[in-house]
Write a protein that binds this ligand. Sequence first.
Ligand code: GRG
Length: 320
Amino acid sequence: AAMRDEVEAALAAAVPETDPPHADLPWLRDFAPFPIPGRLRAAMRHSLLAGGKRLRPALTLAAFDACRAAGDSFDRDPNGPFVVEPVWRENAMRAAVAVELVHTYSLIHDDLPCMDDDSLRRGRPTCHVAFDEATALLAGDALLTLAFQILSRLHPHISVGACIDELASAAGAAGMVGGQVEDLAAEGDPHSVGSGKQLEVIHRAKTGALIAAASALGGHVAGAPTAVVNALRSYGANLGLAFQIADDLLDLSASSAALGKTAGKDVAAGKLTYPALYGEKGSRRRAEDLIAQAIDGLEPLGAAADPLRALARYAVDRDR
Ligand code: GRG
């Protein structure tokens, strides 16, 4: 909640209502060789500024803060570049924005008729319902592209290439997109997934990879050592899978409450879910185990990682 206003302002500035972009955010200046067409801009803003939970940007910022607080104990390069503090923090916000842009693109595309065919998202009409399918598809494309443009403009006191690689690997064919393909392939034939192990592989890729990258990016932009970045990535991966299980459980209880049925929307759509495979209790236990693992992995960051511990709990205790 403390980070939300700052994140919302940075997201709004990333796709500003009018040109030129906000003068206080010089990293967004000179973006466009051509003006963004009004309808595309409106579609991008419609989905981006619809008030999501902003979990992923919060993870990037909290991971950054934890690394900076624990930073004195890091084995830094004594000849490393001179660093001005506000620049580091600005990089953290840019990375946080980039992750949320990728997440929003994935939701727009996931809602399209060729995928989940949903008409509501974040409490408002989905992008293709509010605009049209072609505009929604292109708004997603534009958000995805903008994410990497923003990362490419990070202040180069850290490895910009490593940040781009982190997000691209998580979002691409071996991450979120691949997981989505496997998930769609299993639709209508849940038993084709075969086992809990396979379901876990799908969800680790579809949902977990981006959450893992969000956490790792906080380490990258803080200039943390590789071991700490790796620890943050595996914290995020465990949290991400627990988050997906919690999502399955929320879907189940929302559908049960609304329809008086036991099957959730995903089960009704023929998707294999955690509760369908392990039952409600078993799923909750698995989510709790993953959160315990995520929290254990934060050991190297000590007390500085307390907000990350709280975010891990939030991922499974949330009610939406
Ligand atoms: C279309 C390439 C492509 C990928 C789509 C992540 C994803 C892949 C689709 C989302 C489907 C879904 C509802 C998954 C359950 C977990 C999840 C990612 C929920 C949505 O994220 P939240 O809860 O959403 O963080 P807000 O709106 O709060 O940002």
